[in-house]
Design a protein around this ligand. Structure first.
Ligand code: FES
Length: 138
């Protein structure tokens, strides 16, 4: 748990399986929440791993909830062309979004190099609370 809140610890990959600029999709903090992990190849704010270059974010745009994509070092929203900087905590710097993309806290196991998602900063678009949504499927 992070910050005393009920964040799950979820294995989302392994350092040795990541390639620079190749995003990996997963769900966090629950199965209704798409997210993306990316190895940037250069240090990032809150970056995980030995090079501090692995980051993860909600992949739902903070403007009106469209799915974002990753291209050329930035997250892009195709709906109204917002852009977010993954190296700077997901700050929006272009387009209509005014809120940061929620960043996911990552932990890398020193022995196995497995990567775990263990928390989140910021509200996922459309949510009223920054906690996982319970579902029957978990
Ligand atoms: Fe992403 Fe509008 S929904 S910019």
């Amino acid at each position: 748990m992070a910050d005393g809140r009920p964040w799950p610890s979820v294995k989302i990959g392994n350092l040795q399986q990541l390639a620079v600029e190749k995003p990996v999709s997963f769900q966090y903090p629950d199965r209704t929440s798409p997210a993306m992990m990316i190895k940037l190849g250069a240090p990032a704010y809150e970056g995980a791993g030995p090079d501090r270059d692995v980051v993860a974010f909600s992949s739902i745009c903070t403007h009106m909830g469209c799915p974002i994509t990753y291209k050329d070092g930035r997250f892009l929203c195709p709906c109204h062309y917002s852009m977010f900087d993954p190296a700077r905590n997901g700050v929006p710097y272009q387009g209509l979004a005014s809120d940061y993309l929620p960043q996911i806290t990552l932990r890398v196991d020193a022995g196995t190099h497995d990567i775990y998602a263990e928390g989140m900063s910021g509200l996922i678009w459309g949510r009223t609370q920054d906690v996982p949504v319970p579902t029957a499927a978990g």
